[in-house]
Design a protein around this ligand. Structure first.
Ligand code: AHR
Length: 530
């Protein structure tokens, strides 16, 4: 079977890389983490005379449980994500283990439950054995994926240590490009082994007596694409992945496996028909973006469409398989990425500078994960620091990019149950059936908290909505968080770190029915208690 390759994955495209990359960031001192005031954010009004939109929420209309792993993140050996990002030995800003304290503090603010590593494309050529043992004895290697030198000073033990500092669970992608099933099984043993066997003993010898209990393991990365070392057809991948899965589960039967999805229904069907009984998830990668607002918004609709298509494939295959539990979607790479490609020798690879438009797209993506919580049960933003990232670091400090704020607010304030919201608002003239308002609502098990997340994607107009809420006895007051900035093109840089941020205010006037005005180009997260 021939699988069509997405044309945009021309990773060796020259020239565009640094155009909007780190060069745009002057090296000045760190920006504070406080996000309580966005200089240019407007104050929303608690009521307005006429409403052009309608939002209805009913406690009884529950979609399902939200798995917190949808607020996951990802670090790859790529550009300055790890070296010069989360890890900078010898920096005055690092702790004694070499981890950047300012980056860690900002990352903690994202409440990340799960962290994916080591790639990405990098994983398809990675030999995990290079990254363990005394650091000065580790081999330096040429990384073919990103055309860079790899020191291997950050490896499995450092990754686990970082996860612990962050409070996140580890998720490791094994090498199904150049690696073998024995390599993968040995890696599981190194991490999780409890017996008196060689790899478990080597972990102990390296100073880690207790098993790491790595629960989530990815069976390769984007193996469908020619940009991947050892790329394969769906048939070849599925045959091999079955053997990898078997070996890895024979070492630790408790692990959860993520099959490599192809963003292509033919690939996904073939892979699931072979693997549905042994894997728990299938991956979906989505990168979008455009400087044109309607196009970027349309791209969010495409993400939702991709989720629906993959869910339909899962459903159709599920009928044929023996396992009772459905395979879930792991959107284990998602973000805006269209400006900064890379070239060999460039240290600042994929350093996208995000604007407010991108932050609203990210909020819409999170709404999509909420609305589709029955199928999407893991998602990892690609990536955490410097590389297509919410946090930018230079040797003297950090700045929080615009997309940081929706990630922070959703992870911090969303409840664990998604509610089915009815939304009616005007639609974009050029994009069929795409409303300006994009909404998700969540509650908790006892219905004691309601969180309403509303993105007003209108470039110029505030929108007032009639909001009706059934099934909750809400207090009139709550907290309102607004992400906004002077314009959709506003960015945060080291020179101007606070153009876009979060403004928090007290909200009053909630009840079974009320009005709320959502300012132009904003995200509003409203938290109410009963
Ligand atoms: O996140 C950057 C790259 O995008 C990853 O390495 C790869 O999996 C994807 O194509």
């Amino acid at each position: 079977m021939t699988i069509k390759l997405p044309a945009r994955r021309n990773f060796l495209k020259d020239g565009m890389a640094a155009a909007l990359g780190a060069a745009a960031f002057p090296l000045i001192s760190s920006s504070p983490l406080a996000t309580k005031s966005a200089t240019a954010a407007k104050t929303p009004q608690a009521s307005a005379p006429s409403a052009s939109a309608r939002i209805k929420i009913d406690f009884d209309r529950q979609i399902g449980k939200i798995d917190r792993n949808i607020y996951g993140n990802f670090i790859e050996h790529l550009g300055r994500c790890i070296y010069g990002g989360i890890y900078e030995e010898g920096s005055p800003l690092s702790d004694s283990d070499g981890f950047r304290k300012d980056v860690l503090e900002a990352a903690r603010g994202l409440h990340i439950p799960l962290l994916r590593w080591p790639g990405g494309n990098f994983s398809s050529g990675y030999n995990w054995r290079d990254g363990i043992g005394p650091k000065d004895s580790r081999p330096r290697r040429w990384d073919t994926a990103w055309q860079a030198e790899e020191s291997n000073r950050f490896g499995t033990d450092e990754f686990i240590q970082y996860c612990r500092k962050l409070g996140a669970g580890p998720y490791i992608t094994v090498n199904m490009g150049t690696g073998t099933m024995q390599d993968a099984a040995d890696w599981v043993e190194y991490c999780n082994g409890t017996m008196n066997t060689a790899w478990a003993n080597l972990r102990r010898k390296n100073g880690h007596p207790e098993p790491y209990n790595v629960k989530y393991w990815g069976l390769g990365n984007e193996i469908y694409g020619s940009w991947q070392a050892g790329h394969k057809t769906a048939t070849a991948y599925a045959d091999l992945a079955l053997e990898f899965a078997k070996m890895m589960q024979w070492v630790d039967p408790t692990i959860k496996l993520v099959a490599c999805g192809g963003n292509n229904a033919d690939w996904d069907r073939e892979v699931l028909e072979r693997l549905a009984d042994v894997v728990d998830y299938i991956s979906l990668h989505h990168y979008g973006g455009s400087m044109d607002t309607p196009k970027e918004i349309h791209d969010a609709s495409k993400l939702e469409h991709e989720v629906h298509v993959l869910d339909a494939v899962i459903t159709s295959v599920a009928g044929k398989n023996e396992k009772k539990e459905r395979v879930k979607i792991a959107a284990d790479e998602w973000n805006i990425w269209f400006r900064s490609w890379f070239k060999r020798g460039d240290d600042h690879k994929l350093e996208e500078i995000y604007n407010l438009r991108d932050a609203l797209w990210a909020a819409s993506a999170l709404n999509i994960f909420h609305r589709n919580c029955r199928s999407v049960q893991m998602a990892d933003l690609a990536q955490l620091v410097n590389v297509i990232a919410p946090i930018m670091a230079n040797p003297t400090g950090i700045v929080l990019q615009t997309i940081y704020f929706p990630l922070q607010l959703y992870a911090q304030h969303s409840g664990n149950i998604a509610l089915d919201t009815f939304v009616r608002s005007d639609t974009f003239p050029d994009i069929p059936d795409t409303p300006y308002l994009d909404v998700s609502a969540t509650t908790d098990d006892n219905g004691q908290k309601l969180t309403l997340s509303v993105v007003n994607r209108h470039p110029t107009s505030d929108l007032t909505a009639d909001i009706s809420i059934e099934g909750f006895k809400l207090q009139a007051t709550g907290d309102l968080y607004e992400v906004n900035g002077p314009s959709l093109d506003s960015t945060n840089t080291f020179a101007e770190p606070k153009n876009v941020g979060v403004k928090r205010s007290q909200f009053s006037g909630a009840g079974p029915s009320f009005h709320q005005t959502f300012p132009a180009h904003s995200l509003t997260v409203l938290t109410l208690k009963s």
